[in-house]
Design a protein around this ligand. Structure first.
Ligand code: NDP
Length: 329
């Protein structure tokens, strides 16, 4: 095997074009780690924020983005058991996915069901685990209940719609274009609304039986956060998952009193250390994926050389489903 490989390297923070294609040494797996030949990398909004230096944690430079990827195990580090070279796996919490080879803790590997392609496997972990935790672990969603899904045609949005429907919930989907709303309808959304519909607050409240929505997956933030409060039902639960608008939101705690609202933050990275919650989510998700009841929605795919374009397209709201980069292409 060649000792060097192609990888995306970020040496300074900024817009997507700070990402450079370089030749770097192939990484060696340390104790408890495995190396993967990377076939597909799922790109999340978090990756775009990390390159810009706007993520929840500080971005340490230089680095290779890519925390969610799928491929074939190629080498085992010391002490790794229960994983074989040649096995198809996905990694949630590995590092440096935007490269021909990447290393992942063995504990972060997820076996890939036979019915999934590498791209589908790379589209799965972040969006579906987050959707599950938003709908169930923290959202306590019940069959027959209404849930509002924002950015509904995106990676998390499509996962949330499919999962909510599989759990017997009713979905109101919001997105910025008619084409995106059609994607939401095709996945089973019961009511769809343009994000800029001037009567959106009243329409959302009406759709959920006139009383507002009991559960909201809030990913846009900024001034939209106030609207989410206005759309919520009495005792509504608002799960704060993202801030795609990158705007400041103002929360006056007394606003929550009016309708006895609960606002809960959700960050998958910190929830993953909750082993019971992770096990419960995996137990619920595995049969749904294996049976095809939920299917990860693969969006546009790019070669490694197209990484900056892929990141820019996410920022420009041009993408639907999960953006995938294929380093071997
Ligand atoms: P998406 O595929 O959903 O892409 C982002 C979408 O956000 C866009 O397509 C767009 O949809 C919407 N959006 C709304 N306002 C803006 C704006 N001003 N600029 C850009 N996009 C905007 O990405 P992800 O599925 O990766 O993430 C969706 C959200 O969920 C993000 O906020 C992300 O940070 C969050 N997230 C959080 C996690 C956690 O652990 N807390 C885990 C996973 C995701 P539209 O055009 O329809 O408005």
């Amino acid at each position: 095997m060649s000792e060097s490989m192609k990888a995306i390297v970020v040496e300074r923070l900024g817009p997507p074009d700070v990402m450079e294609l370089q030749h770097v040494p192939v990484p060696q797996p340390g104790p408890g780690e495995v190396r993967l030949k990377v076939e597909a990398v799922g790109i999340n909004f978090a990756d775009v924020l990390a390159v810009a230096g706007e993520y929840l944690t500080r971005t340490r430079l230089p680095y290779t983005p890519g925390m969610e990827f799928a491929g074939t195990v190629d080498a085992l580090g010391e002490g790794v058991t229960g994983v074989q070279v040649g096995q198809r796996v996905a990694s949630l919490g590995g590092r440096g996915g935007l490269a021909e080879y990447a290393v992942s803790p063995a504990a972060a590997l997820i076996p890939v069901p036979e019915n999934l392609t590498a791209a589908q496997a790379a589209a799965f972990p972040v969006s579906y685990f987050t959707a599950y935790h938003g709908l169930k672990t923290l959202g306590h969603g019940q069959p027959g209940e209404w849930v509002l899904v924002q950015a509904a045609a995106g990676a998390l949005g499509t996962a949330s719609i499919q999962l909510a429907k599989a759990l017997g919930m009713n979905v109101i989907a919001m997105a910025s274009t008619e084409e995106k709303l059609q994607i939401a309808r095709d996945l089973g959304a019961d009511v769809t609304l343009l994000q800029d519909d001037p009567e959106r607050v009243q329409k959302v409240r009406d759709a959920a039986g006139g009383r507002g929505v009991p559960l909201i997956l809030e990913v846009v933030g900024g001034r939209r956060f106030q609207e989410s409060l206005d759309m919520a039902a009495n005792r509504g639960r608002i799960i704060v998952i993202g801030n795609a608008s990158r705007e400041q939101a103002n929360l006056r705690p007394v606003e929550l009193m009016k309708r006895n609202l609960t606002v809960t933050g959700l960050w998958l990275t910190s929830l993953m250390s909750d082993q019971e919650a992770t096990r419960e989510a995996a137990q619920a998700l595995t049969p749904l994926v294996a049976s095809g009841q939920v299917t990860p929605q693969v969006g546009p795919t790019y070669a490694l050389e197209g990484s900056a374009r892929a990141f820019q397209d996410i920022l420009d709201r041009k993408t639907t489903g999960k953006v995938i980069i294929e380093p071997g292409r």
